[in-house]
Ligand binder design. Structure first.
Ligand code: SF4
Ligand code: SF4
Length: 267
């Protein structure tokens, strides 16, 4: 690919579904690298950065957010049809996000209680990841995603290779940066052993337990960790809660949460 020739620059599109925009902001925050990126790639659609729109099809689409409305459901198929490669970014797009807490409740009841005219609210009763609806070429995890990992995904696309993103746990990142294990040293509950790496063990390096914002690591042994959390005096309900945050609908976390009494159940 001759990146010097502007006519041959691949087109990048960035799409938003149900989300807080934090993952798109990660791309905007790549200040130093954005100029270089703009030389190698044409930013063809990115509503958060520019009003100009270059028509598709697009070589690479980054999709933020989950599917929560009938309109989303239709639009994601249009985005997929217009994209050669589609990468989902963040907990919303890869696992349904914090808005997937609705999956465990009664959405009709919420809308009745919150809105004066719930009949105007067009919403689905579940928040689902993009991969539940269309084929996804790569999923980048995190809430928000990590800047270096995002740049690696874009570089890998430009060089036509798989992104070098490890699916190991946060514990491995702790060891690499020499952070002391907060559970072993202080008895602090931590989801690091079952959480996907990518943040560089940010929370443990500040003496805090990980709360799982990067979602489940590959082959996460959540049963074993839940037993350890109980030994650390966490209540059964808190064990259910701790797996039900940003990645509540990710299968490994949802299944572990369901094994414990639910926060809404009577004692
Ligand atoms: S994954 Fe987190 S930071 Fe990214 S859009 Fe969703 S809520 Fe925001
Ligand atoms: S340590 Fe855990 S909660 Fe903290 S940023 Fe990393 S993945 Fe997220």
């Amino acid at each position: 690919m001759d990146l010097e020739d502007p006519r041959l620059r691949p087109k990048l599109a960035v799409w938003k579904f149900a989300s807080c925009d934090g993952c798109q902001l990660t791309l905007l925050n790549c200040e130093d690298e954005l100029l270089g990126l703009a030389g190698a790639i044409e930013i063809a659609y990115f509503a958060e950065a520019t009003r100009s729109v270059v028509e598709g099809p697009y070589d690479l689409s980054l999709v933020e957010g989950s599917i929560t409305t009938p309109a989303d459901l239709q639009r994601i198929h249009e985005v997929r049809a217009a994209s050669r490669r589609l990468v989902t970014i963040g907990a919303c797009a890869t696992a349904g996000g914090i808005q997937a807490l609705r999956n465990f409740g009664d959405v009709a009841e919420f809308t009745r209680v919150v809105y004066a005219h719930p009949e105007y609210i067009a919403t689905l009763d579940r928040s689902t990841p993009i991969s539940a609806h269309v084929e996804v070429d790569f999923e980048l995890r995190g809430c928000p995603i990590d800047r270096a990992q995002l740049l690696e995904v874009i570089a890998a696309f430009l060089h036509r290779r798989r992104p070098r993103i490890s699916s190991e746990s946060v514990c491995m990142e702790c060891k690499r940066r020499g952070a002391i294990c907060v559970t072993v040293a202080h008895g602090t509950p931590c989801l690091g052993p079952v959480t996907h790496a990518g943040c560089g063990a940010l929370c443990p390096s500040y003496n805090r337990g990980c709360y799982g914002c990067f979602g489940p690591a590959e082959t996460a042994n959540t049963r074993s960790l839940a037993r350890r959390l109980r030994e650390l005096d966490m209540s059964e309900r808190d064990v259910a809660r701790v797996f039900r945050t940003f990645n509540a609908a990710a299968p490994a976390f949802a299944e572990e949460s369901a094994r414990h009494p639910q926060p809404t159940e009577e004692p």
